[in-house]
Design a protein around this ligand. Structure first.
Ligand code: URA
Length: 215
């Protein structure tokens, strides 16, 4: 398995060929971003929808527009952050991804994270949240930070698409983004872990990180 990628584009192009996701046969193309975030902030959604499938970019449809508004409400632009998905191909009819589909994209997502070395992970919705905090419920956890064995804090967030179907959750998401801003402004676990060189990976070997992120 190749691990020495020079760019994210190279990494994605490798995994677009070397993956066993069954959705590959039915999707138009894989969906991913190729620019690492200047902020170290990484959001992880569920799976691409129709617009994403057509454009090859994550969160460019209605949920993406709301995500952009939420980011702007706390002083970030979409370009400041990186957005990915647990599954890189659109499931037919926008159904939820299966465990098998999530598992077959797992090493791809792990490789992305190892390349980027995020300062904070923000799973959007249940599928991404369960990947990082197994067994926890998003309904009880949203708007709160969680520890992850990698040392990277995981800040639980509802998926922006829920607000399109349930207007009450629109306000919850706005509030939770406010909590995220407070968390970032106050450093949270982030500062405690990273005094040395601003990298949560600073005191871990490459093998440790691979083991941790490959879980
Ligand atoms: N919903 C997701 O989870 N991901 C996308 O890329 C778009 C919508």
């Amino acid at each position: 398995m190749k691990t020495d990628f020079q760019t994210l584009k190279e990494l994605h192009e490798y995994y677009a060929v070397n993956n066993r996701c069954g959705l590959r046969k039915v999707a138009t193309q894989p969906v991913y971003e190729i620019t690492p975030p200047t902020s170290g902030i990484v959001f992880i959604g569920e799976a691409p929808g129709k617009n994403e499938d057509l454009q090859g970019k994550p969160f460019v449809g209605a949920a993406g527009k709301f995500l952009n508004q939420l980011l702007e409400s706390i002083g970030f632009t979409r370009e400041d952050v990186y957005v990915s998905n647990t599954v890189k191909y659109r499931p037919p009819e926008n159904r939820e991804p299966t465990d098998e589909e999530k598992n077959s994209c797992r090493v791809w997502l792990n490789a992305e994270l190892m390349f980027i070395k995020p300062k904070i992970l923000i799973p959007l919705g249940r599928h991404a949240f369960e990947r990082f905090v197994p067994g926890a419920k998003i309904s009880a956890s949203h708007g709160q930070p969680f520890e992850h064995p990698s040392g990277i804090p995981v800040f639980a967030m509802y998926h922006p698409a829920v607000a399109l179907y349930n207007p009450n959750l629109r306000d919850v998401l706005k509030e939770d983004f406010g909590k995220l801003k407070n968390y970032l402004d106050n450093g949270g676990e982030l500062m405690k872990n990273e005094k040395a060189d601003n990298s949560v990976f600073s005191n871990k070997t490459k093998t440790d990180i691979n083991d941790i992120l490959s879980m």
